[in-house]
Design a protein around this ligand. Structure first.
Ligand code: GDP
Ligand code: IMO
Ligand code: MG
Length: 448
């Protein structure tokens, strides 16, 4: 069967980029299908570090085709900057990279709206977006009347369309207060700039849906690279502290145009602990020496915004939920080396909410805010494990920790990462795991 997908099961930055780079060897096409320049995926190889945002992490390998589909919101300036950055380091993209003519285009007004509205929409706490115009661009996509797709840049009426959108945006901004009203939107300047982008990108733009369906039907092997993490999924994440796309496994088909029936391997990627950037509840957050240990050893600073990431213990309630939601077959546990040096390690295996033990992930963010973690405590290990390449050579405490994660999530741990480099990876045998997650307990709806 031809399709593998890599899905982050937490709040993003699970080291999906590293894993995609490794798995690219077994695939012909790597596909980014949702999100946009909010993603920052890191690949380290031969002492060189690559930061990818819109371009699939497969671009670093020869003979691989990389596709950005219509589910992505595409900022042409970002993608051009990324292409230039890659080419200046000897990685050619032409002939390898395809961009969907269905992808919605990010414009300066989206970036302005992102900055203006973050924090206002969610009442007390700001979402803390990456400021890349992602939410506003998806909002216009769903709203339709002000949306522009990449293919529209090549149509005769593009100048008229820009004029119309700028006109409406100006009127909207005028009602949003002095700061918004002072934002300058010059339709001629934006049109000229985007025509330059259009000409530069033209050789890469095509109908990627047709390309992917043709490829898969003729036996091509596709690797789908999720962006963000499933807890940031617009429909199933910690709403409203989420991103604006389906970042769980549920988004693969709609974002790429490839039906789910073609996907036979779903790899759920987790860090060996939890991190989160931006606002919203995070039950296992550690604002103490443990949090500092994780942030400093894991270099937990945002790839895109450089913000310090919030750090905490592994949350098995959340990851079990997202593993089920994403149809995960197996787990990749990344950054295990970061836990070295802790005397004991905790895993959250249930919550207490208002004095009641809860084993499912709450659907309302206010309930999640009140959730207190119930921890299991496991022994830690002191050894540096970053040079270990065989599962059996890991310290017993590390193996026990991995086994417990697999047990709690009901999926085998098949890949373990002990450092950022491609080489620092352990491909474990896939042990059988007893599916020991608790039986569902669905409290009756309040109005039942
Ligand atoms: P992504 O968005 O899921 O691709 O993840 P990011 O690239 O934003 O963040 C993961 C970070 O962890 C990057 O800096 C990686 O180089 C780094 N990394 C990946 N795997 C490991 C690992 O096993 N150990 C350590 N210490 N760092 C890792
Ligand atoms: P990768 O692909 C971590 C977070 C932001 C913010 C929320 C909404 O590298 O894992 P947005 O700009 O999308 O409207 O922001 O989502 N966020 C990420 N956090 N990794 C990411 O991507 C993220 N992309 C968005 O911090 O809380
Ligand atoms: Mg990232």
């Amino acid at each position: 069967m031809p399709g593998t997908c890599v899905i982050g099961l937490q709040w993003g930055d699970e080291a999906k980029g590293k894993l995609v780079d490794i798995l690219t060897e077994e695939h012909e096409i790597v596909v980014r299908y949702q999100g946009g320049a909010n993603a920052g995926h890191t690949v380290v190889s031969n002492g060189q570090t690559w930061k990818l945002s819109l371009i699939p992490s497969g671009i670093l390998r020869d003979g691989v085709s990389c596709v950005v589909t219509g589910g992505v919101v595409l900022d042409p300036a970002s993608v051009i900057k990324e292409i230039d950055g890659l080419e200046s380091r000897g990685v050619r993209v032409d002939g390898k990279l395809r961009l969907s003519d269905r992808a919605h285009v990010v414009f300066p007004w989206h970036i302005a709206e992102d900055r203006l509205l973050d924090g206002i929409v969610s009442g007390g706490e700001a979402i803390g977006t990456t400021g890349r115009g992602i939410g506003p661009c998806y909002r216009d996509k769903v709203g339709r009347s002000l949306a522009v797709r990449l293919g529209d840049l090549y149509r005769d009426d593009f100048r008229d369309r820009i004029g119309h959108v700028v006109d409406v945006k100006k009127r909207l901004f005028a009602g949003w207060g002095a700061e918004a009203a002072s934002i300058e939107l010059d339709a001629d300047a934006i049109h000229s700039q985007y025509m330059l982008y259009a000409r530069r990108l033209e050789p890469l733009v095509c109908d990627t849906t047709a390309y992917l369906l043709d490829s898969i039907e003729s036996g091509g092997r596709l690797l789908f690279e999720g962006a963000q993490g499933a807890l940031l999924d617009i429909d199933h994440g910690t709403f409203p502290y989420v991103t604006s796309s389906n970042s769980s496994g549920l988004g693969v088909a709609s974002g790429s145009g490839v039906p789910g029936r073609w996907i036979d391997r779903v790899i759920g990627v987790v860090k060996a602990y939890s991190t989160r950037v931006g606002g919203g509840p995070m039950p296992t957050e550690q604002i103490n020496a443990v949090g500092e240990h994780l942030r400093e050893r894991g270099r937990e600073y945002g790839t895109v915004t450089m913000r310090p990431r919030r750090c905490g213990w592994f949350d098995a309630v959340a990851a079990r939920y997202t593993a089920r939601l994403s149809g995960v077959d197996e787990l990749a546990v990344m950054l295990l080396d970061v836990l070295s040096g802790l005397d004991e390690i905790r895993i959250c295996s249930a919550y207490t909410i208002d004095g009641r033990r809860v084993e499912h992930f709450p659907s309302h963010v206010d309930d999640l805010r009140r959730a207190e973690p119930v921890y299991e405590t496991l022994p830690g290990w002191q050894e540096d494990i970053s040079a270990i390449r065989r599962y059996d050579d890991l310290p017993a405490a590390a193996r026990r920790y991995l086994a417990r994660i697999g047990e709690l999530l009901g999926r085998p741990v098949s890949i373990v990462s002990v450092g950022p480099d491609r080489e620092q990876t352990i491909l474990a045998d896939r042990p059988a795991v007893s599916k020991s997650w608790p039986r569902p307990q669905h409290p009756a709806p309040a109005n039942a």
